[in-house]
Write a protein of this length. Structure first.
Length: 149
């Protein structure tokens, strides 16, 4: 049921997870006061999660679980559990993303710049919390209607 607000939030999470494959997450630049290496300058670029298999699999799982949660509209308790699992997976994605960037930059003489893609998981978590809130609200509404019968 795509007309419910929580379904729109879950669809937004799926769209954001697809966008994360293509939007650069971080880039490198030379530290101030260092001599730029011409060979490294040719390979300097913005990088996305497409270079890391674990991050790609985790991001794909987040998108698939969001679509699965949309399809579970008849079973709200299971839908809430899938949303909570998705929040956990998104938190793990954020930790691994920043850990991978930190590990990659530790041996280099370059400065890290986070790009727009680094902030997408924050919006995913926000959308997942809102979806979980509205699913719980719907569940409470149905239970209160059941008590009146």
């Amino acid at each position: 049921m795509i007309q419910r607000i929580q379904s729109l939030f879950l669809l937004g999470v799926s769209i954001l997870s697809v966008l994360l494959y293509f939007i650069p997450v971080y880039g490198f630049s030379e530290l101030p006061g260092t001599v730029p290496d011409p060979a490294a300058a040719a390979t300097a670029q913005d990088l996305s999660i497409a270079g890391n298999t674990l991050l790609m699999i985790l991001n794909g799982a987040i998108g698939v679980f969001s679509l699965l949660a949309i399809l579970l509209y008849k079973n709200r308790s299971l839908q809430m559990r899938v949303c909570r699992l998705n929040i956990l997976l998104t938190c793990v994605l954020m930790v691994l993303l920043y850990f991978a960037v930190d590990t990659l930059s530790s041996g280099m003489n370059k400065q890290i710049h986070f790009r727009y893609g680094a902030y997408i998981p924050f919006f995913e978590i926000l959308f997942l919390f809102l979806a979980n809130f509205y699913i719980r609200k719907d569940d409470e509404l149905v239970r209160s209607a059941d008590r009146l019968r």
